[in-house]
Design a protein around this ligand. Structure first.
Ligand code: PLP
Length: 284
């Protein structure tokens, strides 16, 4: 397994970062996960744009330009022979003795890139059966629109889901409204067939898959409302599903042990999953 670490391609066991890297001490960094499908990076430009925004919001200078990044991602994919899977990149504020305030003398941001193959059949099996989710309070900070590596509440939520036999956790805000999943965006379909997902403000991450799906929904002539929905509304929904680079469109069949609709993957979620696959195949 080959990783890119600050300018070098190194064997995984030698891929190390400094103990004073601010990603390590403060979670002071951002990341992206991009899906790779048949050798192509899906919605690649949108990932660069979101990365640039995350860095800007945290006032971290980009470690490399977009051209270099495009090259590095391809190099890591080819050196690891990944044609279906993911590429992960992480950029931090760099190495500096531990002090909360930014380094006084500017340091170069750190950049690491890794890649992993995933058998596409695995996701298909989960999508055919549908997944279960559990609700849990959203304990995160108020700027989760920034894709930071500071993921402790997400980690705890995913672990809670796993321990109760569910695949994903849906995070619930102080008003009882669903924000999103621990690592995905949350969607429901109401009794009239309208698709609902929370508006992308500072309380959710604007998923790249979410953005692509909003366009797909319009192109399909389906109705979409970007608004908050409660857990109670989700219990009564006809369908539910999640989106993300690692899950694409995956139907949700159970929330907190209650079946959603017929308790089977719904037709709209299945249709959207299929159309998203066509969208991914067009990235070549
Ligand atoms: N929301 C959160 C909290 C996430 O961590 C992710 C992805 O990891 C998403 C949503 C989905 O985003 P994307 O579609 O860009 O993968």
């Amino acid at each position: 397994r080959i990783a890119y670490v600050n300018g070098r391609y190194v064997e995984g066991r030698h891929a190390m970062v400094h103990i004073d890297d601010r990603g390590y001490t403060f979670s002071d960094g951002v990341y992206e996960v991009c899906e790779v499908f048949r050798g192509a990076l899906i919605d690649e430009q949108r990932h660069y744009d979101r990365l640039a925004r995350s860095l800007r919001e945290l006032r971290i200078d980009p470690p490399v330009g977009q051209g270099a990044l495009e090259f590095i991602l391809r190099e890591v994919l080819s050196r690891n022979k990944v044609s279906n899977g993911f590429v992960y990149l992480q950029a931090t504020r760099g190495v500096s003795p531990r002090d909360h305030a930014f380094p006084q003398t500017p340091v170069r941001a750190s950049l690491i890139v890794t890649a992993r193959s995933v058998d596409p059949k695995k996701g298909e099996t989960a999508a055919l059966k549908g997944i279960s989710v559990v609700s849990t309070p959203d304990l995160r900070w108020k700027r989760v629109d920034i894709k930071t590596i500071s993921l402790l509440p997400n980690v705890l939520a995913r672990q809670a889901a796993k321990e109760s036999g569910a695949y994903e956790a849906w995070l619930i805000d102080a008003d009882g409204m669903v924000t999103e999943g621990a690592a995905s965006n949350a969607w429901i379909v109401d009794r009239s067939g309208t698709i609902i997902t929370r508006e992308a403000d500072q309380s959710i991450l604007r998923g790249i898959t979410r953005t692509a799906l909003v366009e797909i929904i319009a192109a399909q002539g389906l109705r979409l409302e970007e608004r908050k929905f409660s857990l109670t509304e989700a219990f009564g929904a006809r369908e539910a599903f999640i989106t993300g680079a690692t899950t694409l469109v995956t139907p949700v069949v159970m929330i907190d042990g209650r079946p959603i609709g017929e308790g089977l993957p719904g037709p709209i979620a299945q249709k959207l999953r299929a159309v998203f696959h066509e969208h991914a195949a067009r990235s070549h």
